[in-house]
Design a protein around this ligand. Structure first.
Ligand code: AMP
Ligand code: MG
Length: 401
């Protein structure tokens, strides 16, 4: 049996970022960038008008102008003829050459004199030279790097990639994940169930957890506790899977065949059993192809806790994010226990007005206690080296998502 930190290190050092692929803008959200994105042009690409109004040449004390022409955003640039004239101009337009100041339209009135239009400034209003102009290249110059590789893309960064004129960007390939629930007693929701059977809940939970990391829909399978069936189905599934996540069948029961079947398929056992509660029977192995196999214990809290503690960081690394940080929260209550194993304790986490997150542990009787999942936001990890955890102690926090 090994310690939690050692197990996590073995998993982490076995994972590698997957090769890269080019992905179109509409599918980039949440993906991890594998190349720098450089600016196509200066930003703004020209002196850009930032208010609907008139473009004028600044002259202290001037109150009236003659309207010369109109220029909308997207129109080719115009040229202001003289300081007595003004060009009506819209937000996003190129500042007219010969002008240097934009006066917003709520500060003047237009007076129609038949063949000419006059602009009359609001009395008492004093424009400042250069106002309401976003100068060319004041945000960045053409060729400057806007995004660095390793970054997980959000809608804001997709705007930046599009603004750089790119229809695609290189990102790391997403891990192909497969989920397998094992257990003769399990019956999926929607199928009729008998008194001695149990609802299969881990696979849908794992599929949701995988989707939370990669954004992809992940199919799941249900297999019985049968050596031959497991061997042939798992052999097949492993062929095109980067991460295989199993639940159940890794303890020491008579029908717990998962470890021996995986080893017979050439999956190298890296560890079995970790000094943690829940989730002690956790099994982890790797394949020469680089694929990873997690045999998570079947108790629902163990399954989810082991996913968050071990599988999720490995998936993120495979997807290209080597910068996975474990957040900490502070304990909201004194917590005393006599652990022999590192404890994963379900918690409710609440922020205070200073933005500090406080975790209130929800005690559970067994690792199969569902009531501790409802309402809990995730779990905290309490090392077995201590027996007393005082209020305010910072501990590692693993949210369900
Ligand atoms: P195992 O790890 O196979 O010994 O399973 C431990 C416990 O978790 C047993 O009570 C199982 O019935 C239960 N269990 C295993 N897999 C699932 C699942 N997919 N959904 C709900 N409960 C499960
Ligand atoms: Mg089982």
């Amino acid at each position: 049996m090994i310690e939690v930190a050692e197990a996590a290190e073995i998993v982490w050092s076995s994972a590698e970022a997957l090769p890269t692929e080019s992905v179109s803008l509409d599918r980039l959200n949440g993906r991890i960038l594998a190349e720098p994105i450089d600016a196509e042009r200066d930003q703004p690409p020209f002196d850009r008008v930032t208010m609907d109004g008139i473009a004028v040449r600044f002259e202290r004390g001037r109150k009236r102008w003659r309207l010369q022409t109109r220029q909308l955003a997207g129109d080719p640039p115009t040229r202001l003829a003289s300081e007595e004239q003004a060009i009506e101009i819209m937000t996003g337009a190129v500042l007219s050459s010969g002008s240097d100041t934009v006066i917003p339209n709520e500060r003047y009135e237009l007076i129609d004199n038949g063949d000419t239009t006059e602009v009359v400034l609001e009395s008492g209003y004093q424009p400042e030279k250069g106002q309401n102009i976003h100068r060319q290249a004041s945000d960045h110059i053409a060729g400057s790097t806007l995004l660095q590789p390793g970054h997980q893309l959000t809608p804001a960064e997709i705007a930046i990639i599009a603004s750089a004129g790119r229809t695609e960007a290189r990102v790391h390939r997403l891990p192909r994940a497969a989920i397998v629930a094992t257990g003769n007693e399990l019956v999926a929701a929607g199928d009729s169930i008998q008194a001695h059977e149990v609802r299969l809940s881990n696979a849908p939970a794992l599929a949701a957890a995988v989707k939370g990391v990669t954004g992809i829909d992940c199919d799941w399978h249900h297999l019985p506790d049968d050596r031959e069936v497991l061997a042939s189905a798992l052999g097949e599934i492993l062929r095109d899977t980067d991460i295989l996540i199993l639940s159940g069948g890794v303890s020491r029961g008579r029908a717990d065949y998962v470890p021996e079947v995986l080893e017979s398929l050439g999956v190298k056992r890296r560890f079995h059993r970790v000094r943690q509660k829940p989730g002690k029977p956790l099994w982890f192995g790797t394949v020469e192809t680089g694929s990873m196999v997690f045999g998570l214990p079947g108790n629902p809290i163990s399954t989810l806790a082991c996913f968050c503690r071990y599988v999720r960081p490995a998936m993120m690394l495979m997807a290209g994010n080597a910068n996975v940080q474990t957040p900490t929260v502070k304990l909201a209550n004194d917590w005393t226990f006599s652990p022999t194993l590192t404890a994963f304790v379900p918690v409710v986490v609440q922020p205070d007005s200073e933005g500090q997150s406080w975790a209130s542990p929800l005690p559970t009787n067994t690792s199969g206690d569902f009531s501790a999942l409802a309402g809990a936001h995730g779990f905290v990890e309490l090392a077995a080296t201590d027996t007393r955890f005082e209020v305010g102690r910072a501990v590692s926090y693993f949210p369900w998502r």
